[in-house]
Structure formats: structure tokens, C-alpha cells
Write a protein that binds this ligand. Structure first.
Ligand SMILES: [Zn+2]
Length: 469
């Protein structure tokens, strides 16, 4: 058996190339997913590959609960002699975000393209690589005679839809998951491609649609304006209750939490290491500046502060079709990111109350929230784990590990944090600068991913060592 980089080239890249071709969109984006069969094709591809590269004693099952997306569940027994070590849970997902527009010439969501050590296409980095990397770590450890604990690998197919099927699957697996001592999540980000990054927190999220209705049908705007209030303006007025349109700061105190001192210090260190790459990684139009000048403030803005985005609209015709009409209403899709420890459900309820209270001029205002996910705040990292992560980073990347929060949401993490309050976490991933998960031109940085796999292997080996305390 070759080294981890060889295994990546020979076994993982070909499988990921096939996986990218499968439009395995998450149920949110493919209501007919069961009939279309793409999610099934992705799970089958991964399962077949895992069987071909099985580790001695490994068992694999595709859990199919009625009406739910499948879940790939793999158990690998502890390496001989490491049976005393606490179990490990490794997490990833196979469902994908939708296509999005804006793919560069020659690239496309379902067209795998290798360019400059990067594998382009939807889902390679978010999060198709995870299952292959997980198997690669255990194979490498076995091959090198290094220890690892009993390992449960959970690969779901509903992450991009808020992991709505996951609790039922975990319930069904029950004791087979056990009580992990270490959870390794491979669906997160990295600040650069030069060292290992541990995720310390994730933001929560409320998604919903704000609808403002003012008329039962559209009317001549020359006739009505000045008598009938404009629905977009009322929506704008309602959004002012949430954030400050000048600064973007969410002003309502219901959506804020104090930021812990340790996280402020880590943000300062991350800002020092990353420098202007913190904002340089975004495709700003020429002349456009970031929301704050101080780099550590930008880190905290995107990891610990609530932020509101309007992600969609209805009731607004395309400009070419826009007549001089006072439209009957406006609907805006809102996405409110939440500080890590804030409860998503209660934030969703508060957002609804705030937006619907006392509607201007008696307009019909409703806010329906779909997803309301709680973020995640890592427990304090145990000294053995901090040391193992740092040593692995130095060994494979030549630089110490870094810690930073992520701005996105992995609903699974909140569930896990609650379910296993005593577990330690290594939440990491390959979503670094320009990798653009969810957008066009998503890529997987292959050298980074291979080194990350080697780092995870080292951490698993360290976890399996006997230690006191
Ligand atoms: Zn993901």
C-alpha cells in the first residue's frame, strides 16, 4: 500500500472525479431526489469504493429509513492492541449544493476538471472527499502499524438541507455509534492552504421569507403612488428593525452574545497570519472595500456576529418587464447568521415577532422561517489533542496549526455537541480561499487535502495512545 499522497492520486481522485459528475443535489434543491436517484448513485459509488478499499474487520451499511435520505455507516474495529481507546466518530456528507451560475469557461458543476492541482466541480470539496479521506487515514495507519481506536464513520446525504434526516438516522443507529471520545468533522474550512486549521465555532442560521402585501392586485403607479405605500419600502423599513443599513451591524440585542476572550485572541492571531487574505479571497468588484478596516474585526464579524443577507426575492419583475406599476407585494428571502451559542429556534421565533409586530400602515406582513439552526461552540481543547494537532500540522505542512471560527453552519455539530458533551472535537476541512463551496468554480485543493488526511491519521494515532487524565 502506498503513502497517503499516492493513495489520493491513485484511488481517491478517480473516485471523486466520478462523484462530481453525479448531480446529487440535496433534497432542498431536488424535491424529486428519491425518484431521480442521484443521491442514491453517489452513496452507491462511495459504498462500492469503500468495500474495494476495506480495512480488515470493517463493516458497511447504507441505512435507508422510509422517506429519508440514505446514510452511509461504516464501522472499523480498533487496531489490535488499541481496544482500550475511546471510540472516534468521523463525519462527512455526500449531498450537494445546486449548480449556481457563473462557472468559468470550461468548468461546470457536473464537469470534473483538473487544473493546477485543483479538482474543479460541485461537491468535491463540500464534502465528497470526506468519506474517501476517512478510509485513507485508517488504511494508512493499519499499513504503517500505527494504532487507531474503534471508528464509526457517518456520511449523511441531507447536510445541505439542514441535516433534517440525521437525528432519525442517529437514533436508528443508537448504540452502534457509542459515546465518542473524539469527533472528527471533515466538512469545515481552512484559512489558507499552508497549515492545519481547527474550527472553534460555527454560526447558526435562520432562513425565512418576509412577505409584505399592500394591494390585492397591481395598479397604475401614477394613480396610486402617494396614496398606497410601496411594498418594497415597507420591507426596507421592517429590515431596519434588524440591522443598520449603513453599517450592516445587526442592532437588535436579541441576536447578540458576548464574545469570549479566548476567541477574540484567536481572531487576532488568525488575522495576523492571514493578513489581507481575509477579504482578498472574495471576488470584490474593482473599487469595493470590505465592511471594516480592522482585520480581526472582520474575523469576528464573520464568525461571532449576526449578519443579515437578502438571498432572494419575489414579486419583482425583471427590469425589462417592469411597467409603471405599484406592485401588490414584495417577498424577500432572508438569511440571518447567528452567533455560535445562540439557540436557532428561539432566534427564529424572535425574528418573526420583530418583523410581524405593528405592521406599518396595516400592511399584511408575514415571516415564515424554514430552517432555524443553532451554531456550535467548541469545548476547550484537551492538551493531548492540542499537542497532536499542532505536531501533525508541523510535520505535514511545516507550520503550526491555527484555530478560527467559521461563518457557516453545520447543523449536525449542534446536535453532536448536545448529544456528546464530553467529546473532544477536531472540526476541519478543505474549504479554503477561493474553493467556493456553494458558488461557481468550486474546487478541491488536492495537495492540501492529502496533507490534511495525513494530519488526521496522526491525530487518530495520538488519540489511540494510552494517556493519563
Ligand atoms: Zn458541506
Amino acid at each position: 500500500m502506498g503513502s497517503i499522497p499516492d493513495f489520493w492520486n491513485e484511488a481517491i481522485v478517480p473516485a471523486l472525479t466520478d462523484y462530481i459528475r453525479i448531480p446529487a443535489k440535496s433534497p432542498h434543491f431536488d424535491g424529486e431526489w428519491a425518484k431521480n436517484g442521484h443521491i442514491d448513485a453517489a452513496v452507491t459509488l462511495a459504498a462500492d469504493w469503500c468495500r474495494r478499499h476495506a480495512i480488515p474487520g470493517m463493516t458497511l451499511e447504507i441505512l435507508r429509513l422510509p422517506g429519508r435520505t440514505p446514510l452511509l455507516f461504516i464501522e472499523v474495529p480498533a487496531s489490535p492492541g488499541a481496544e482500550q481507546a475511546g471510540p472516534v466518530l468521523v463525519y462527512g456528507h455526500l449531498d450537494k449544493q445546486p449548480e449556481m451560475t457563473g462557472w468559468a469557461e470550461g468548468l461546470g458543476p457536473w464537469t470534473p476538471v483538473m487544473r493546477d492541482g485543483k479538482l474543479y466541480g460541485r461537491g468535491g470539496a463540500d464534502d465528497g472527499y470526506a468519506v474517501f479521506a476517512a478510509i485513507a487515514t485508517l488504511r494508512a495507519l493499519r499499513g504503517e502499524g500505527r494504532p487507531h481506536a474503534r471508528c464509526a464513520i457517518v456520511i449523511e446525504c441531507c447536510e445541505e438541507s439542514g441535516s433534517q434526516d440525521l437525528p432519525a438516522c442517529l437514533e436508528a443507529l443508537g448504540a452502534r455509534i457509542g459515546t465518542p471520545e473524539l469527533v472528527v468533522g471533515l466538512d469545515s474550512g481552512c484559512g489558507n492552504y499552508e497549515q492545519l486549521w481547527g474550527t472553534t465555532s460555527l454560526r447558526g442560521l435562520v432562513n425565512g421569507v418576509l412577505t409584505v402585501e399592500v394591494l390585492t392586485e397591481g395598479v397604475h403607479s401614477g394613480d396610486a403612488s402617494g396614496v398606497v405605500a410601496e411594498s418594497f419600502r415597507i420591507a426596507r423599513q421592517l429590515l431596519d428593525r434588524i440591522d443598520d443599513s449603513t453599517t450592516g451591524a445587526v442592532r437588535h440585542p436579541a441576536f447578540h452574545v458576548p464574545i469570549p476572550r479566548e476567541r477574540v485572541e484567536q481572531a487576532e492571531r488568525a488575522a495576523a497570519v492571514l493578513g489581507e487574505a481575509i477579504h482578498g479571497k472574495f471576488p470584490f468588484v474593482p473599487g469595493m472595500r470590505p465592511m471594516a478596516a480592522a482585520l480581526d474585526e472582520l474575523v469576528l464579524n464573520r464568525t461571532w456576529r449576526p449578519m443579515l443577507s437578502v438571498t432572494g426575492a419575489e414579486g419583482l419583475p425583471a427590469p425589462a418587464n417592469a411597467g409603471n406599476v405599484l406592485r401588490p407585494g414584495t417577498a424577500l428571502a432572508l438569511s440571518l447568521r447567528l452567533p455560535p451559542p445562540l439557540d436557532g429556534q428561539s432566534a427564529g421565533g424572535k425574528l418573526k415577532d420583530i418583523l410581524e409586530a405593528d405592521p406599518p400602515l396595516g400592511a399584511k406582513v408575514t415571516f415564515r422561517y424554514g430552517q432555524a439552526a443553532t451554531g456550535w461552540h467548541a469545548p476547550r481543547v484537551a492538551p493531548w489533542l492540542e499537542r497532536a494537532i499542532d505536531e501533525a500540522s508541523v510535520r505535514h505542512y511545516g507550520k503550526p496549526a491555527m484555530w478560527m471560527g467559521e461563518g457557516g453552519t453545520i447543523p449536525f455539530m449542534a446536535m453532536l455537541g448536545e448529544k456528546f458533551p464530553r467529546a473532544q472535537f477536531l472540526i476541519t476541512g478543505v474549504l479554503g480561499p477561493h474553493s467556493n463551496a456553494h458558488g461557481p468554480n468550486e474546487f478541491l485543493h488536492l495537495p492540501y487535502a492529502a496533507k490534511l488526511t495525513a494530519c488526521v491519521a496522526d491525530v487518530l494515532a495520538a488519540q489511540a495512545q494510552p494517556r493519563s487524565g
